[in-house]
Design a protein around this ligand. Sequence first.
Ligand code: HEC
Ligand code: HEC
Length: 335
Amino acid sequence: MKFYRNHRLFFSAVASLFIFLTVVIAIIPALHNQLSYAPLPGSEPLAGDALKGKAIFVANGCVACHTQQVRNIAMDRTWGNRPSIAADYAGIRRTDIWRNTATLMGTERTGPDLTSIGSRQPSDVWHLLHLYAPRSVVPASIMPAYPWLFEEKSQAAPGDTVVNVPPPFAPADRQVVARPEALQLVAYLLSLKQTPLPDGTASPDFLYAGTAGNETAPAATGTGTGIADGATLYAANCQACHQANGEGLKGAFPPLKGSPIVTDDDPSRILTIIMKGYTSREKEGYPAMPPIGVTNKLTPSQIHSIINHERKSWGNQAREVPLEEVTKILAGIAP
Ligand code: HEC
Ligand code: HEC
């Protein structure tokens, strides 16, 4: 066979085939995608600390356990208000000349999807505690700790971001201070939110709605079926900070067990805290509570179940508040 003996002819045939396939399989579809998709009108491009934080997310291998894609199947409803679409990833640019775009969609979900973690968990303090020692906020967590994003100092300097780590996770006689890398990573996590579709655009459907996956999804984002009892709703919306035993975390999140606000005969204050957030206890070292009722889009009936659960748990004993009373007070609280 002359073709195989002629090395010039053989090499150029193989090289042309390789180039032809690269153009057809990779380059043309990529150009086509670039022309067809644009970021959604309301989306904000990553900038500043959040952009640096993305590099730290990549460097620490977070993508090995966390996806950033809401698939259009009902069991993914917990992770976002709508399935992810191509436009969600269109704003992503090449990292540098050698490296391609890091879309970070991920392939494994050992931990939760992070597409809308910025809305689901808007507290920077929670994220810092969680990165320093995941089990300080989620007792059964199997996520690794990232202590190198923090510094242990005997005396924090002015301007340092001190993280009030609860015992037994706190180092003895030393303060935990977040390094800039930790703050940038948290800025990136808080920037992760689904951009709403422009008015009038039909959202793609979640498939297999009505099957088992749908009912079991906790209504963390308020988009589930909404039929959940107070304990489940508490676990999905409040437990990350106030903990399963209602005792909170020393120096980070106050207890709801025995809290006069929770057991108050008049539920106005707790309802205002849920809808507007809360910052009255800064002197005791507590950070601000985000307006969880708004960020998690809780309905009046969900809030009704949550507060009654809190009023009757962990030894709290307060009267059951009827739904009409909750709805009436909520109507008077402008978000
Ligand atoms: C070995 C797997 C693994 C790696 C690597 C990992 N995580 Fe996690 N992550 C988990 C698991 C499991 C959970 C659920 C338990 C928990 O909340 O701690 C979780 C939870 C989270 C949550 C809370 C999600 C929610 O919905 O409450 C955030 C935020 C998070 N991880 C961020 C990160 C970041 C940032 C990194 C990289 C610095 C990272 N994770 C690396 C496994 C991992
Ligand atoms: C991201 C963490 C976080 C989540 C989630 C959260 N809280 Fe809070 N909560 C706080 C912090 C921090 C404070 C203290 C704020 C301050 O006064 O500085 C607080 C304070 C409170 C208080 C006042 C307690 C007292 O005695 O002073 C109530 C009541 C409360 N939260 C209820 C809720 C309910 C109900 C939910 C769920 C719907 C919830 N919280 C979810 C962080 C959180």
